[in-house]
Write a protein that binds this ligand. Structure first.
Ligand SMILES: *Cc1c(COP(=O)(O)O)cnc(C)c1O
Length: 364
């Protein structure tokens, strides 16, 4: 296996040594130990601080997609109406997922290089009267960050639940669960938290818990058992103790740095990355700089290059960046500067390598 000296892929991100060390501890022991539940409660409390959530935050074995599917299936029955806000691959994709579980889905779509215009969502919500409105905070493939507060207000106006994928932003930008009235907030461990892809986390409001009880979805991804399970020391499966211990360390690192300081570091690194790309005459993808995410930068593959050739040339220099998917495949590449990779020294090294590679020119 090759590991890159300059890891700048937008997830899974590089895992710091202090966090990797936790995985060396042997947590084999009797299941359902008091110590484990104390650790779970500590992690939940820290996640509430990071996410601005006074509501519960559940922590599951799995990665980000488990949160996306589990939250959707836990509140939607076939035939229920879902309004999906699409500003990128994940936003439209969540609409497709809801369709796959039998929901009646309407999508309010925007160009991938733009962000949501809440007025269009309000018009659709007032007409369609959805049970659930879904949105994505950071659209990782297009490097954009959507505002959430107005969407949260719209959800209250039409009495819909607000489902938000903040997998690629939570911890690196304010998600403000309470202030934005987010009912189901979805997070994965392999992005800003800089852990292996082991855990999925969901902030769940009281309104969402009521719907979850009403829908009664059962299964490995179901949220229902997590309402009282941790407090009653009963979980639906054996949890990943190592991952939970690593999460605790990752959250301590974040809180020790300071939540505001962490956000400022991400914003500064992202801005530096955009400036350097512009200096290399590389076109940034979002039309407006104010649309860009602090955790990932998407840019056009430079003229004279194809994505595979650029990727090979960078990897030959020990640097790994992200490609793209769907309609963006081959057109855009992405620098992932989230969590451990929101490191000014690392990103500067990466930008220097990119500049050297571009100066040397494309070689087949
Ligand atoms: C990474 C990510 C997920 C989880 O997707 P994986 O590819 O399984 O890691 C979900 N939503 C967003 C916006 C993401 O960036």
């Amino acid at each position: 296996m090759q590991s890159y000296q300059i890891p700048l892929v937008p997830g899974p991100v590089s895992v710091p040594a202090a966090v990797r060390a936790v995985y060396q501890v042997d947590y084999a022991s009797a299941d359902l130990e008091a110590d484990f539940f104390a650790l779970y409660a500590a992690c939940e409390g820290k996640l509430q601080r990071v996410l601005g959530a006074s509501t519960s935050v559940t922590i599951h074995t799995g990665e980000g997609m488990l949160a996306l599917w589990g939250a959707l299936k836990s509140v939607i029955r076939p035939g229920d109406r879902v309004l999906a806000v699409g500003t990128g691959l994940f936003g439209f994709g969540i609409g497709d997922m809801a369709r796959q579980i039998g929901a009646e889905v309407e999508t309010v779509g925007f160009p991938f290089d733009a962000i949501v215009e809440p007025d269009a969502v309000r018009v659709a919500a007032l007409r369609f009267r959805p049970k659930l409105i879904t949105a994505v905070h950071c659209e990782t493939p297009s490097g954009t960050l959507n505002p959430l507060d107005e969407l949260g207000r719209i959800c209250r106006e039409v009495d819909a639940l607000f489902y938000v994928d903040f997998v690629a932003s939570g911890g690196g930008a304010p998600v403000d669960v309470d202030r934005c009235a987010i009912d189901l907030g979805l997070l994965g461990s392999q992005k800003v938290l800089s852990l292996p892809p082991d855990l999925a986390m969901v902030s769940v409001s009281d309104r969402a818990w009521r719907t979850i009880a009403d829908v009664g979805h059962a299964g490995y991804d179901a949220l229902a058992p997590w309402k009282d399970g941790p407090a009653q020391r009963y979980l639906p499966y054996t949890h990943n103790w190592s991952a939970m211990a690593a999460l605790n360390v990752a959250l301590d690192l974040l809180l020790h740095e300071g939540i505001e300081q962490t956000y400022a570091r991400h914003a500064a690194v992202a801005q530096y990355c955009r400036r350097r790309l512009e200096e290399m005459a590389i076109r940034l993808y979002p039309v407006q700089e104010s649309y860009s995410a602090p955790t990932v930068t998407a840019a056009y593959v430079p003229d004279g290059w194809t994505w595979p050739v650029l990727d090979r040339a960078l990897r030959a220099q020990g640097m790994a960046v992200g490609g793209n998917y769907g309609q963006l495949a081959g057109k855009l590449f992405r620098i992932g500067h989230m969590g451990s990779q929101a490191d000014p020294v690392l990103v500067e090294r990466g930008m220097n390598v990119l500049a050297q590679v571009l100066a040397a020119g494309a070689q087949e």
